[in-house]
Design a protein around this ligand. Structure first.
Ligand code: PGA
Length: 258
């Protein structure tokens, strides 16, 4: 696999005004490149997706937009929730499911995430599935047990053919928002393990599924991290809100693309 996926997760940041200005700035810089091989995805808060998609469309390259969450039911009495039909009507292409902040603060289980993931696929959108261990898991040598449990649960009933619409983001919880990414050896070990898991379970589709790293990925560490074997891109929080940093990561990905 040669081309990278560079995805920005804006979390609960930005408003309409700042959404427009960040995307405009990113697009202007990206448009200076002749060719862009990487898949670029930006995931703003729900309220800003529509304007983000409108602004992104002005770029001569393909900048795609995603949601950070969804509800798995089609519609109904779920006050405050957002359905996939609503998300689709915003010109959205991707949905993040299973982010560790959703697991930790909103008690999402692997079974909930599995329902969301299936609903995203049913609606012909692409999934960015997040998995990752806590510091406690790592210190007690449970990293790979935790990743396996998360993958088995989140990917229940998912077949080889579905994998073309799924991206997996490995995000060690202890590296998210801390400013300290995992070490390249740790990333390599996890991504090799992940590739092996996917190949065993999904044969050819497992060979090509994009495996992103997330957790304090920024413009400074991107050259090292994106060069790790089986790292096919990044899910970027903090640095994706700063156009110069986000574009610098895209340029690193471009320079490493074959
Ligand atoms: P971070 O967030 O880059 O700010 O660590 C990554 C994420 O939560 O997806």
């Amino acid at each position: 696999m040669n081309n990278f996926v560079i995805a920005g997760n804006w979390k609960m940041n930005t408003n309409i005004e700042t959404t427009i200005s960040i995307i405009k700035n990113v697009a202007e810089q990206v448009d200076q490149l002749n060719e862009v091989k990487s898949t670029i995805v930006i995931c703003p808060p729900f309220t800003n997706i529509y304007v983000a998609a409108q602004e992104a469309k002005k770029s001569k390259h393909n900048i795609q937009v995603g949601a950070q969450n969804c509800h798995f039911e089609e519609s109904g009495a779920f006050t405050g929730e957002i359905s996939l039909d609503m998300i689709k009507s915003l010109n959205c292409d991707y949905v993040i499911v299973g982010h560790s902040e959703r697991r930790a603060y909103f008690n999402e289980t692997n079974a909930d995430i599995n329902k969301k993931l299936k609903a995203v696929l049913k609606n012909n959108l692409k999934v960015i599935l997040c998995i990752g261990e806590t510091l406690e898991d790592r210190q007690s040598h449970k990293t790979f047990d935790v990743l396996e449990t998360q993958l088995n649960g989140c990917l229940q009933d998912i077949v080889e053919n579905d994998m073309k619409n799924i991206i997996i983001a490995y995000e060690p919880v202890w590296a998210i928002g801390t400013g300290v990414s995992a070490k390249t050896e740790e990333i390599e070990e996890a991504h090799n393990w992940l590739r092996n898991y996917c190949e065993k379970k999904y044969a050819n589709a497992g060979k090509t599924v994009a495996l992103l790293y997330g957790g304090s990925l920024n413009d400074k560490n991107a050259p090292e991290i994106l060069n790790v074997s089986n790292v096919n891109g990044g899910l970027i929080g903090g640095a994706s809100l700063v156009p110069e940093k986000f574009v610098s990561i895209i340029k690193t990905a471009e320079s490493l693309s074959k």
